[in-house]
Design a protein around this ligand. Structure first.
Ligand code: GLU
Length: 416
């Protein structure tokens, strides 16, 4: 049980330390990478609908900008804390580096429960958060984006607030915006699409036919719901999905679009007609070929990893697998496509959005998706080949590739 309470910041520090050891880097590399370059904690007073003022804690962590301005989403969640934000910022550095994006990593969060707030309260909180962090963000400094429980509307309010402060439109301040105000075609489904591209590559390497393959999706938010739809389009059978309130299980296969509509109406996938409920652990350990964890950190742990039956895990979430679980999965021959590779489609299309904003020249969805596919496949192949050649886990290979890039940039910049 102790492992479940593992601090994600300590986990990512160890991942980076191990990668530095494996690469034999200068000790200065880990010395610099072990902590974010900058963290900011703010208190955001918000006028609530009942007239009272409530203060919310907000965070932004900027881990490393050796490769370019820092980049990473903003999470609204009642349980967030600084070490989690720091870990998520570090993961962004290595995610961008694995994909070869010209970005460093950052992450932001507000400790709040958006499900219990009105739209007006969420708007005032979003604008207040942007005002509070405005000194340290900017299109050439640090570019936020959506994450858990934030969405294009929230990005629009934040971009509008920043633009008002600068007295001009600054669409490049944030990505994941609605199309009408400088968003990119394909951004909404990008995390899932990128994840599915890596699963397709992994299935090819392992000789698994995705047509008819059984897929389980844990978490049915933005990434999870699109991942289910895209896998179904490949002919896979979505046998279970869940969310924080329960599950929808149907061995004959679920229609992800219908589940999405059901959840939009009821607030959960639980109770979807023709399905039955299951616990989170039952969902994760269900008999299937493909498991897509698309919720939060520390879900596949030393407690349940040995029962996981999937052949491929595509980590659409950040940090869903603990290090101990990783070892167990590797021993059992499960191929884990690590988060910093599997879910990098979101930030990759965020990069495309930012490029489009800076150029004021917009691409079609086909252009976005085909460029995304090219980048995801190239990154997957590089990581997979290293995994085979060096006989290391996919995660270790991904970190080695990422850390080597950041270390090289720091070296030429004269930081080492
Ligand atoms: N929040 C997403 C992630 O964890 C996207 C970040 C971005 O687009 O900058 O990768």
């Amino acid at each position: 049980m102790a492992e479940k309470t593992l601090n994600p910041f300590e986990i990512v520090q160890k991942q980076v330390f191990d990668a530095c050891q494996a690469l034999g880097t200068d000790p200065a590399v880990y010395e610099i990478l072990k902590e974010p370059q900058r963290t900011l904690e703010v208190s955001i007073p918000v006028r609530m609908d009942d007239g009272s003022i409530k203060s919310f804690l907000g965070y932004r962590a900027q881990h490393n900008d050796a490769l370019g301005p820092t980049k990473g989403g903003i999470r609204f969640h009642p349980n967030v804390y600084m070490d989690e934000v720091k870990a998520l910022a570090m993961w962004m550095t290595f995610k961008c580096a694995v994909l070869g994006l010209p970005y460093g990593g950052a992450k932001g969060a507000v400790k709040c429960d958006p499900k219990s707030m009105s739209q007006g309260e969420i708007e005032r909180l979003s604008r207040g958060y942007m005002r509070a962090i405005s000194q340290i963000v900017g299109p050439e400094k640090d570019i936020p984006a959506p994450d858990v429980y934030t969405n294009p509307q929230i990005m629009a309010w934040m971009a509008d607030e920043f633009s008002k402060m600068r007295e001009k439109n600054v669409f490049g301040i944030i990505t994941g915006k609605p199309l009408i105000m400088g968003g990119s075609a394909g951004r909404n489904s990008a995390t899932a699409r990128g994840c599915v591209f890596t699963i397709v590559q992994a299935a090819k390497r392992l000789g698994i036919d995705l047509n008819g393959a059984r897929v389980v999706v844990q978490g049915f938010g933005n990434a999870g719901s699109f991942a289910a739809e895209l896998m179904a389009q490949l002919g896979s059978k979505i046998i279970a999905v869940n969310d924080s309130k329960g599950a929808a299980v149907n061995p004959k296969g679920l229609d992800p679009k219908a589940v999405k509509e059901f959840k939009a109406k009821t607030g959960t996938v639980k109770g979807f007609p023709g399905s039955c409920d299951a616990s989170n652990d039952e969902v994760l350990t269900m008999d299937c070929e493909i498991l897509i964890p698309a919720a939060l950190e520390n879900q596949i742990t030393s407690q349940n990893a040995a029962q996981v039956k999937a052949k491929i895990i595509g980590e659409a979430a950040n940090g869903p697998t603990t290090p101990e679980a990783d070892e167990i999965l590797a021993k059992n021959g499960v191929l884990v496509i690590p988060d910093i590779l599997a879910n990098a489609g979101g930030v990759t299309v965020s990069y495309f959005e930012w490029v489009q904003n800076l150029q004021n020249f917009y691409w079609t969805e086909e252009e976005v998706n085909s460029r995304l596919e090219r980048m995801m496949v190239a990154a997957f192949d590089a990581v997979y080949d290293m995994h085979v050649e060096k006989k290391v886990k996919m995660r270790d290979a991904a970190y080695m590739r990422a850390v080597a890039r950041v270390a090289e940039a720091m070296k030429v910049r004269g930081w080492l």
